[in-house]
Design a protein around this ligand. Sequence first.
Ligand SMILES: *Cc1c(COP(=O)(O)O)cnc(C)c1O
Length: 356
Amino acid sequence: MPRPISATIDLGALGSNLDLARRHAPHARVLVVIKANAYGHGLLRAARALRSADGFALLELDAAVSLREAGYQQRIVLLEGFFDARDLPVLVEHGLTSVVHSREQIEALKKLPAGSGLDVFLKLNTGMNRLGFAPEEFAAALTALRDNAAVGQITLMTHFANADDARGVTWQMEVFERVARNAGLQRSLANSAAILRYSATHGDWVRPGILLYGCPPFADNTATELGLKPVMTLASEIIAIQQLKRGDTVGYGGIFTAERDMRIGVVACGYADGYPRHAPNATPVAVDGQLTGTVGRASMDMLCVDLSAVPQAHTGSRVVLWGEGNPVENVARAAGTVGYELLCALAPRVPVIERE
Ligand SMILES: *Cc1c(COP(=O)(O)O)cnc(C)c1O
């Protein structure tokens, strides 16, 4: 028998979360974000479950090409564009759409043959200060693209830094509106948080990522409250039981000390499976459907859980690290991170089970 760990991916939940995005943004087309191996869920697997989307967005050229080769005919957007001018013929050949965020990219595009019909998303930096043209550079960038006979359709895009928190999007929307108002071009602005919270941002193309995977983009909402269905369940089993005496410690560094005699379970899951090593004591886990917490530091292949409140637990008991009965956002919060990081860290060595 294989090691008992597995990740179950609920394909129906992916489709249901896409439907939810559509209900929130009924007038926009939906570009589903499947970067980072679809946030750890598997690129082609997620694409199949999300095949009714109007388009896909990701980073790597080879992943985009593999989507085309799998037969997807929708728009495919490279979110950071091309990294080398030598890749441009591949984009053209496969009808990919490139984000254009830098002057270097604008220069490289000038060498493409006229009539190439390369569609672009021109990215405006409205305050995220990561990728995109500053507002004062924008007009020149747009003119250069309009004057380039190799370029097809131009869509304007920006990305929000605070759509999920109290600062909100207005400050960035003001910049976007000021610069883009008279351009007469299609727009793409909204990530998951903006889709759910700010209908004024929806524009022509929305870009949901995390919500598709059933994880709330907001710190203070549960998936259930938002109508999201969790997609990934990382589960394993107890492979050994230890009886601790008061004062015993657990694992490397002994970061947990038993305050009384207690029973713990050793679970076949560690940081080499994608579980966060920095998760502190009492990070939530579900054992036989009952919530309890970790004890000690996760090691490469194992972690330990408190069985004080789960007396019936035994070797072979099912342990949900995140997912069903133990929302990934709660595990992430306890570990000082976000669901995004846990999901996309799922390690290749974990076998995946698909559920329709
Ligand atoms: C990752 C990403 C998204 C999706 O963000 P979520 O918060 O996961 O919805 C949208 N747009 C861009 C440019 C991105 O990089």
